[in-house]
Design a protein around this ligand. Structure first.
Ligand code: PCA
Length: 229
């Protein structure tokens, strides 16, 4: 069963008390840095469409990442949560549609854990859909000059673990049931002789996506493809 949490608009009127939580991850798999935490840092304390951004870093560690996310959710009671992670093989920003209740690690996490074919949360639904207005965000981010796509798989490593844990909490914790959330994978940072995207472009794309998510109605989005059919 795929479960989608309520698709109401952002509940709190945009204002100084409405919080947008943006998380990134620390470096993993031998890489020197992770652009997701750099984007979260760059947006920390910014105001976007009347909401205050709280940027934070999660550890790339099964379990500990969700413990850290829980503390942030409890402390900030955000109206909107966007978790970011690196998917180095991708060329664009990618809004993930679905979090699955499964983890299966190709490499060890930052504490050496490498789970094989186990649920993120035993007894929870098989999957959750993002509650972000994905189509509107992709349109706005692309129009802002930041190559952006949708993705139908967040993988089975720590990013999916956090995405699934987030969506389960938004669906089941009463205080969070009107909040919306989702996950965006980022390409690697560009560097001399290496393909990728500059940090400023990623920050601009994520900021544009957040603004769109705040102001967009959550009524069903017209498909990007509708005008072609
Ligand atoms: N990317 C990994 C985990 C941390 C990150 O930034 C992933 O895609 O699962």
């Amino acid at each position: 069963m795929v479960t989608s949490a309520a698709t109401s608009p952002i509940p709190a009127k945009p204002g100084p008390h409405a919080v947008v939580l943006v998380t990134g991850f620390d470096a993993f798999g031998g890489a020197a840095s992770n652009p997701s935490t750099l984007v979260a840092q760059a947006l920390h304390r910014r105001q976007i469409a009347g909401c205050r951004v709280v940027g934070a870093q999660l550890p790339t560690v099964f379990g500990a990442a969700l413990t850290c996310l829980d503390a942030l959710l409890e402390r900030h009671q955000p109206s909107l949560v966007i978790c970011l992670g690196l998917a180095a093989e991708r060329a664009t920003l990618q809004l993930e549609r679905v979090a699955i209740n499964r983890e299966d690690a190709r490499i060890a996490d930052n504490r050496g854990a490498q789970p094989v074919d186990r649920p993120v949360i035993a007894g929870a639904p098989a999957a959750y859909l993002s509650t972000l207005p994905i189509e509107a965000m992709v349109r706005a981010m692309t129009a802002a000059g930041v190559p952006t796509d949708t993705s139908q798989s967040a993988g089975t490593f720590v990013c999916n673990h956090v995405f699934f844990g987030l969506m389960h909490r938004l669906a089941t914790v009463p205080a969070l049931q009107t909040a919306r959330g989702g996950f965006i994978h980022l390409p690697q940072l560009s560097a001399p002789g290496r393909a990728g995207m500059p940090l400023a472009q990623m920050v601009h794309g994520v900021r544009t996506g957040i603004r769109t998510a705040i102001v967009a109605s959550a009524t069903p989005q017209r498909s990007r493809h509708a005008s072609r059919s």
